[in-house]
Design a protein around this ligand. Structure first.
Ligand SMILES: [Zn+2]
Length: 386
């Protein structure tokens, strides 16, 4: 009896010590697993992996613990991001080799970064790119303002990056849109005359266009020989008046373009990720280190990193010119990608760099093609309603 008592109290002391050795409140823990009733030997059940925590405490305490764990320095999220940024290729290699609890999962950080970036852009009304066009009277032209024609005007075109609609409105407040209107109308009329594509010819080229585009009521969009678009609505070609109105709207409010851009980009990304996996597997293959799984893990981390760079870029563009920031991101990715692939797959530098840039080039090409298709589809709908 006496020895059993000692054993019991000994065991109770061991259980108490085990429960006290973690941060979970002891009242939320038990000596046996909550799921499978196996005696617990640590914070996690040795049989089923259940954590020794029933979470039965106030929602505020749980939220506090969650926030605390996110901001604690040894937290997995910070470790993962620190290594992703400073040691390209390390996280995907170790994760793919099995270190699942050491690093945040690629799918999780991909989804989180995607939601943060695109959510932030739509919340702040940020346009990735916008057109800045200014029309000015050419040097030496001395006509009165009312008599100016397209030929008397010159235009400065610039692409701006990471501007908010507010930035664009501020900039446009100082522009003379009357001059731009004269220039656009004149130009559009001239282009319309030059476009000699008949409706029959257009229908022939039409086959290359997405099905959905052709099915729009009364609207016909065809590629012209010089690579532009020839749009007819109800049999009438889009002329100077409509064209200039459309351009003007686009310059004043790029939302016309960027709304569909922002709408389709995140969706497109879901296809681009597995597509990147396949592309990578075309260039780098072996049965030990370069399974499709390895390529998928790498693709997800790389996408998350690129989203992070764009988010940082948007913030940085508040103090630096957007075009510098945009180029900076591009150059960083050009350096990062081969570096990461090198550590991931351990091939020679020449092969790695070739593979990186081939994948990057095909990736951009496909993405731009798809986005152009989606956006022009959206625009032709807008035009059909105008
Ligand atoms: Zn268990």
């Amino acid at each position: 009896m006496a020895t059993e008592l000692v054993d019991d109290s000994n065991e109770a002391a061991l259980v108490a010590a085990m429960l006290a050795s973690d941060k979970v409140p002891d009242k939320n823990q038990a000596g046996h697993c909550f799921s499978c009733d196996t005696p617990m030997k640590g914070l996690y059940c040795t049989e089923c992996g259940q954590k020794n925590d029933n979470y039965r405490r106030s929602i505020f305490a749980l939220a506090g613990e969650l926030i605390g764990s996110i901001f604690s320095l040894d937290s997995r999220i910070w470790q993962t991001w620190g290594n992703l940024l400073l040691r390209p290729g390390r996280v995907p290699r170790e994760f793919a080799d099995g270190a699942r609890t050491k690093w945040s999962s690629p799918v999780r950080i991909y989804l989180a970064m995607s939601i943060i970036l695109f959510g932030f852009m739509s919340w702040t009304n940020t346009h990735l790119m916008s057109l800045d066009v200014e029309a000015v009277v050419k040097d030496g032209v001395e006509k009165p303002y009312e008599e100016l024609t397209e030929a008397d005007l010159a235009t400065n075109w610039q692409t701006r990056f990471f501007e908010t609609q507010k930035d664009i409105d501020t900039r446009n407040a100082g522009r003379d849109f009357k001059l731009l209107d004269i220039w656009l109308k004149g130009n559009q009329d001239r282009l319309t005359e030059q476009a000699e594509v008949s409706l029959e010819e257009a229908a022939a080229i039409d086959e290359e266009l997405p099905e959905a585009l052709k099915n729009l009521p009364e609207t016909n969009v065809a590629k012209t020989e010089d690579g532009g678009f020839n749009i007819t609505i109800g049999g009438e070609r889009l002329g100077g008046e409509q064209g200039s109105r459309f351009m003007m709207n686009l310059i004043k409010s790029p939302a016309l373009l960027t709304d569909s851009f922002n709408k389709y980009l995140p969706r497109l990304m879901f296809f681009m990720m597995p597509f990147t996996m396949l592309l990578g597997a075309i260039f780098i293959r072996d049965k030990k280190r370069a399974l499709l799984f390895d390529h998928l893990v790498h693709a997800a981390y790389i996408h998350a990193l690129a989203f992070f760079l764009f988010l940082a870029g948007i913030l940085l563009s508040k103090v630096l010119p957007g075009i510098w920031v945009f180029r900076g991101i591009f150059i960083m990715l050009l350096i990062y990608l081969p570096w990461s692939l090198k550590r991931m797959f351990g091939r020679g530098w020449f092969k790695t760099i070739m593979a990186s840039y081939m994948v990057g080039f095909i990736y951009l090409f496909i993405m731009i093609l798809a986005l152009t298709g989606f956006i022009s589809w959206d625009i032709s709908k807008t035009l059909a309603l105008a």
